[in-house]
Design a protein around this ligand. Structure first.
Ligand code: GLN
Ligand code: ZN
Length: 770
């Protein structure tokens, strides 16, 4: 076996430090950049990445630099390489059967009548992958040489790098089955067929010059994919049996980030003939000794790939020592996951407080941590004493810095009692709210945002750059709000919104207005495809220096006799879409955010707002991957929502909004939120979720989305009416609301107005019948 290097990372951000890939890909889609031009930007980006990683201390020719470039998504790349794109894209293949870039993008974005692959969350991250569709009709065949070409490209540049593939078990476990005729048949049943293609793929990588290949199998840490621990472990054992039979392949490093391996998976991997195992040591402790490690290298994932903290380097060195006791042939230093979930480089953040910067590590800083620890393994701890001490000092500084612990915030949180998280019974509240609001049956409303036009974005950018003064910008926003209110009155909606024109993002906006958060200038992280977000950094105790949304809501309400909903983002979503402090339990941080929101709701009430919506679209996505961890999560997440909302008067109607239709998994939690009205996604599943809600006995207000805002399509009045009729038939009509699936931010005005008019017409027609 070729020796494995002393340190590595499991992956690196691939969008470019200035989002070069986004710009190039979008230019290509718009026709402004041809395919050759796009390929050349991509090759430059890969070159820059390799050179940067070598500069940071990873070896040029020892397989320590991973090749994790992707034009769109790593799961899609494998689907294309193994010939697993659905039949509806078959006509886009080249004559030799290979999958060109245009077919890859078509599968990601749809083309003509062919709908794109679905997109969903990658494990418990904010990254979205494309869901492969696998059935008995899927004919696996090696269909792209892209992976091998990248290896060859690196060799030509004088490197020996390590290609990275989503592994066969994870690829299938993440797929959805297409066989309606055999609902029992599952994608993982196709493992043996798929393995034959992986064998070919590995041989091609070897031929191109790869000495090691990384096979990512994070499915082995999850209990949320519909397969048991044993099924996944057995599949992994089978896969590695087949993949290691031939010598015509690189050495195999199996990597399983995003959590601790299940016990059966750990045993199966150890017993396999894979030459290396990369495990996540930031979640869960060092695993127990197990047979089969003696011939293997263990890549100990002690540097956290999921957060932005510099962390406890000396603690990581201790963990490495403990891993040394497992009896593996060698131990190397690694990251817990790919670094694709963190921004590129702190050096790109000139506006951040230097003291905060000293506590942080972005991707490049984490690479340096890996190389430092690797030096410590090789030369002994004394050799890196300076670095360890500096990290320890930064940690101590962080613990004692002003703002990290705020006495007033802590005193308030410490005095909370269960009563602070509960309201009077729903029926009592509902009667009080009906009396105040006087809404018709099947009230119509929207989820909050109206289209963010180019004009709005331009005005915001100019205000940020100081090109227009604050008063001018505020005047612009007020005009926008007035326009949106008038439009909603014209359409005939019953409950109005102000449209959220002041928000760049539903989390960042609150982060910018709360103490305890910092926002970055270039801290982009890929969300999906060409989209990236800039998560805020929640570093200290959270408090609200001043009301945030109240002036906008009050102004909007002053313009209309109809109720205007106040619009807040809930504590769980604020945490989920930020980089959160790691020095206290998430539940404590969530409660601090909740108290700030609670004060905001009280101020909204005082300003005459009768309905407040607290969005929690991320409630589902933070759900732990392992079932044993889920009750504790649901306890604090639901508790923080209740803390945020339970101070409201009985007459104040609390709404919440969740952006998914997998209602079933978290139905009890949704009921436990105790909101008066909950809006959920339903249009895409043609209302299936309505039956689930009915079956669950959920008895509070519910607004199943009747308009799929993910598509520019305008639903007809009949279409909306039939969804509403289904809802009326299955649910209590007194509790039913009529609304789109989600906010309208990404839509254009034409289709928005047409769709909302159809929704109102349908609601009125159905209302007349009930
Ligand atoms: N109120 C937000 C909006 O309408 C909700 C967005 C979301 O659920 N993601 O944009
Ligand atoms: Zn939504």
């Amino acid at each position: 076996m070729t020796a494995f290097p002393a340190g590595t990372i499991l992956g690196y951000p691939r969008i470019g430090r200035r989002r070069e890939l986004k710009r190039a890909v979008e230019a290509h889609w718009s026709g402004a950049l041809d395919e050759a031009g796009l390929e050349s930007v991509a090759a430059d980006l890969r070159r820059t990445t390799r050179a940067r990683l070598a500069d940071l201390g990873l070896g040029r020719d020892d397989s320590s630099i991973p090749e994790t470039f992707s034009f769109y998504d790593q799961v899609l790349d494998v689907a294309a390489a193994v010939g697993a794109l659905p039949e509806r894209f078959a006509h886009l293949r080249a004559e030799d059967g290979s999958v060109p870039l245009s077919a890859l993008f078509a599968a990601a974005r749809g083309v003509g009548e062919a709908a794109p692959l679905e997109m969903t969350k990658w494990f418990d991250t904010n990254y979205h992958y494309l869901v492969p569709e696998i059935g008995p009709e899927t004919r696996f065949a090696l269909s792209s040489d892209r992976f091998a070409r990248q290896v060859a490209e690196s060799v030509a540049d004088g490197y020996v790098t390590r290609p990275v593939l989503v592994g066969p078990v994870t690829f299938l476990a993440l797929a959805k089955g297409t066989d309606a005729a055999a609902p029992g048949a599952r994608p993982l049943d196709r493992l043996d067929d798929l393995l034959l293609v992986y064998v070919e793929l590995l041989a091609a990588l070897r031929a191109a010059g790869a000495q090691w290949v990384q096979i990512d199998e994070p499915a082995l840490v999850s209990q949320s994919l519909g397969y048991s621990d044993d099924e996944l472990a057995t599949a992994a054992a089978r896969a590695l049996d087949v993949l290691t039979v031939s010598d015509d392949r690189p050495a195999i490093l199996v990597a399983a980030g995003y959590g601790a391996l299940s016990a059966p998976a750990w045993r199966a991997l150890a017993a396999s003939a894979a030459e290396g195992l990369a495990i996540d040591l930031t979640r869960g402790g060092v695993p127990s000794p197990v047979a089969g490690l003696d011939g293997k290298v263990i890549v100990a994932g002690v540097v956290d790939g999921r957060n932005v903290w510099r962390g406890d380097l000396a603690g990581a060195a201790d963990v490495l020592d403990a891993v040394g006791g497992l009896g593996a042939a060698a131990v190397a230093v690694g990251t817990s996951t790919s670094l694709q979930h963190v921004p590129h480089d702190l050096a790109d953040e000139p506006d951040l407080d230097p003291r905060l910067v000293s506590w942080l590590a972005f991707a490049d800083q984490k690479v340096s941590q890996v190389t430092t620890l690797a030096r410590g393994l090789a030369d002994g701890r004394d050799a890196i004493a300076g670095e360890l001490d500096a990290a320890t000092a930064a940690l101590a500084d962080r613990r004692s810095a002003p703002g990290v612990r705020d006495g007033a915030v802590r005193a308030r949180a410490g005095a909370l009692t269960p009563a602070d998280r509960s309201r009077t019974p729903f029926e009592v509240r509902a009667a009080a709210q009906d009396a105040v609001l006087g809404l018709p049956a099947l009230p119509t409303t929207t989820i909050g945002s109206f289209p963010q036009t180019a004009e709005i974005r331009r005005a915001r950018a100019r205000a940020t750059r100081g090109e227009i003064d604050e008063a001018t910008y505020e005047g612009f926003l007020r005009d926008e709000i007035a326009r949106v209110i008038a439009l909603q009155e014209d359409i005939g909606l019953d409950v109005l919104v102000h449209g959220e024109p002041e928000r760049n993002d539903m989390v960042q906006y609150f982060a910018e207005n709360l103490d305890g958060f910092a926002v970055t200038r270039n801290g982009w992280v890929q969300s999906y495809g060409s989209r990236a977000t800039r998560p805020s950094i929640l570093w200290g105790d959270v408090s609200r220096p001043a009301p945030i949304t109240v002036p906008w809501a009050a102004y909007a309400q002053s313009l209309s006799a109809a109720p205007v909903k106040g619009m807040l983002t809930g504590p769980v979503t604020i945490l989920a879409w930020s980089f959160v402090r790691d020095d206290q339990p998430l539940g404590e941080t969530a409660d601090q955010v909740a108290l700030a929101l609670r004060d905001e709701i009280a101020d909204l009430e005082r300003a005459g707002i009768a309905i407040v919506q607290v969005d929690e679209p991320a409630l589902r996505e933070l759900l732990p991957l392992r079932t044993a961890d889920q009750p504790a999560y649901l306890d604090w997440s639901v508790g923080s929502f209740r803390l945020a909302t339970a101070g409201a008067a009985d007459e104040t109607q609390i709404h919440t909004h969740l952006c998914y239709s997998e209602f079933g998994v978290v139905i009890d939690a949704i009921a436990a939120l105790d909101a008066d009205v909950t809006s959920i996604e339903a249009a895409r599943s043609r209302g299936e979720v309505i039956s689930e809600v009915a079956a669950s006995g959920f008895a509070h207000g519910i607004g199943p989305g009747v308009y799929d805002i993910h598509s520019p399509r305008v639903p007809s009045v009949d279409e909306v009416s039939s969804l509403l009729e289904r809802a009326v038939a299955e649910l209590d009509v007194r509790r039913l609301w009529v609304n789109p699936d989600c906010g309208l931010k990404t839509r254009g005005y034409d289709e928005t107005v047409a769709s909302l008019r159809h929704i109102v017409a349908a609601a009125r027609a159905v209302r007349a019948e009930v």
